[in-house]
Every structure is written in C-alpha cells, then in structure tokens.
Design a protein around this ligand. Structure first.
Ligand code: NAD
Length: 258
C-alpha cells in the first residue's frame, strides 16, 4: 500500500466525478486534501472527511490566474506545501467547428489546458526544494486521438499531453515526476450531458443512448470508474513509479487500441 502520510494533494475540479474519486483515493492513503470546484462543496468535503483526512476547499475559478494563485497560497498556508498536484478541472462542449461558440472555445482552453500551466509553475519550486513531487494531469483519450464535434476539448487535451511531456523533461533530474492519465468514457455529469443530448437528438431511451455512446468508441462497453482512476493516481504517487516520467497512461476500455 502506498502511504501518503504527511503529503498534501491539491486536486482541481474535485467537487464531483473523477476529481473527487482521485481525492478520495489520495485521502485514504493518508494525504491532506485541498479540493476545488463549483457546486456542492459540502458533500465533497464530507466524503473526504469520512476517510479521516484533513481537507479544505477553495472555490477558485480555473479560468482566472489570480484566483489560482490565491488557491495555491491557501494550500501552502493551511497545510505547508503542495506535494501532489492533480490538474483535473475540465468542461466539455460538443458542436461542429463552423458553429462552435467562441466563448466556449476560450473557456475550454482556459480550464482544460491553461489552468494546468498556472498551477504547475507555482508549485514546482516548492517540489524541487523538497526534491519530491507528483504532478498528474487528467488528460483524456482525446489527448491522443480526435472525435468530431470536440475541437476545443481535443485541442486542449493534446496541449495538456504536450505540457506533461515538457514538465517531465524539465524535472527529469529530480524527485518530481509529471504524467498524464488518459481516460475513456467515465459516467460523470460531463458524460451524462452527452448521453442526455444524444437521447434527445436520436429519440433514444437513456439506456439505449448510454449503450450507443459507449458502443461507438469503447470496445469493453463498460465505463471506466473514478475509483479505478484513483487507483492509477495512487500508483503514480508510489515510490515504484519514481521513473515513470512524461507517460500518457490510458484507462479506456480499449478505445485507443483500435
Ligand atoms: P465533472 O463535470 O464531474 O467534474 C468537473 C469538475 O470541474 C467539477 O468539480 C466542476 O465544479 C469543476 N469545474 C468546472 N469548471 C470549473 C472552473 N472554471 N473552475 C474550477 N472548477 C471547475 O467532470 P469529470 O468527468 O469528472 O471530468 C474531470 C476531468 O476528467 C476533466 O478534465 C475531463 O476532461 C476529464 N475526463 C473525463 C472523462 C469522462 O468520460 N468523464 C474522460 C476523459 C477525461
């Protein structure tokens, strides 16, 4: 079992879905947790407290670099350091390029890509000073392959994979590692919206829409779970992963094996 006693993890976008699943796994391993994200922060705080971990929440909007700075300052003041950074916050918007809303493009690039630059540059010197750190970027299969209708998301996730590689190279001689996890479909609010839209568009039942979405891309026909991704994050935090650097680790039910 990996032990993270004495370490602090900041997980962006962790009031629901994958971020909350990863925060819970790191908390169960002993880390103190800084949550971030919109919506019901109290429920997420309770879920982490239930593991016995110390936890705080900061509501920084990942589109705003000054709020990101305030969140990292809060984490340092409250818990003394950020040892593990999980860049997870992300949104989706599906539309053909010609009609893709320009504000949505800017928001997706800001949240899914640029926020990872702003967080990483501010935690790196502390990690280097302690000669230990783990940066985990939650990219996507869409950091490796494209899908029609997801121009901003695919561009941002490919960018995040690039940022992962450069961060890994710039820290290669240190105890800091940076890697990306690339999930396929996970049944979270982000994907539920795509299922709901598909059901309306094609006149399908919720079950049929779910099966259609998975069937188009994910050979296992099973959703990846936040718990499985929490396990992968924990593995990347373990001493045995000290030389895993700049990797893009898929958990995608076979999507990118095709
Ligand atoms: P989700 O909608 O359940 O969670 C997104 C989180 O980000 C929430 O906590 C939300 O409050 C937060 N968030 C949104 N906008 C924010 C902002 N401006 N500032 C701060 N926080 C903000 O989605 P999810 O499916 O858990 O997605 C998490 C990450 O995983 C995203 O980066 C997503 O691209 C990636 N991902 C998801 C899937 C999937 O199938 N669900 C697959 C691959 C990758």
């Amino acid at each position: 079992m990996t032990t993270l006693n004495g370490k602090t993890a900041l997980v962006t976008g962790s009031t629901s879905g994958i971020g909350l699943g990863i925060a819970r796994a790191l908390a169960e391993a002993g880390a103190k947790i800084v949550l971030n994200g919109f919506g019901d922060a109290d429920a997420a705080l309770d879920a982490i407290r239930a593991t016995g971990a110390q936890v705080a929440h900061h509501p920084a909007d990942m589109r705003k670099p000054d709020e990101i700075g305030a969140m990292i300052a809060m984490a340092n003041e409250r818990f003394g350091a950020v040892d593990i950074l999980v860049n997870n916050a992300g949104i989706q918007h599906v539309s053909p390029l010609e009609s893709f809303d320009a504000q949505k493009w800017d928001d997706i690039i800001a949240i899914n890509l640029s926020s990872g630059f702003h967080t990483t540059r501010q935690v790196l010197s502390g990690m280097r000073g302690r000669n230990w750190g783990r940066i985990i970027n939650i990219a996507s299969v869409h950091g490796l392959v494209g899908s029609a209708g997801k121009s901003a998301y695919v561009a941002a996730k490919h960018g995040l994979v690039g940022l992962t590689k450069v961060t890994a190279l710039e820290t290669a001689g240190t105890g800091v590692t940076c890697n990306a996890i690339c999930p396929g479909f996970v049944l979270t609010p982000l994907v539920q919206k795509q299922i709901d839209d598909l059901a309306v568009r094609e006149g399908l039942s919720p079950d049929a829409a779910r099966a259609r979405l998975l069937g188009e891309k994910q050979p296992s026909a099973q959703f990846v779970t936040p718990e499985q991704l929490g396990g992968l994050a924990l593995m990347l935090c373990s001493p045995l992963a000290a030389e895993v650097r700049g990797a893009t680790w898929v958990a995608d039910g076979g999507w990118t094996a095709q």
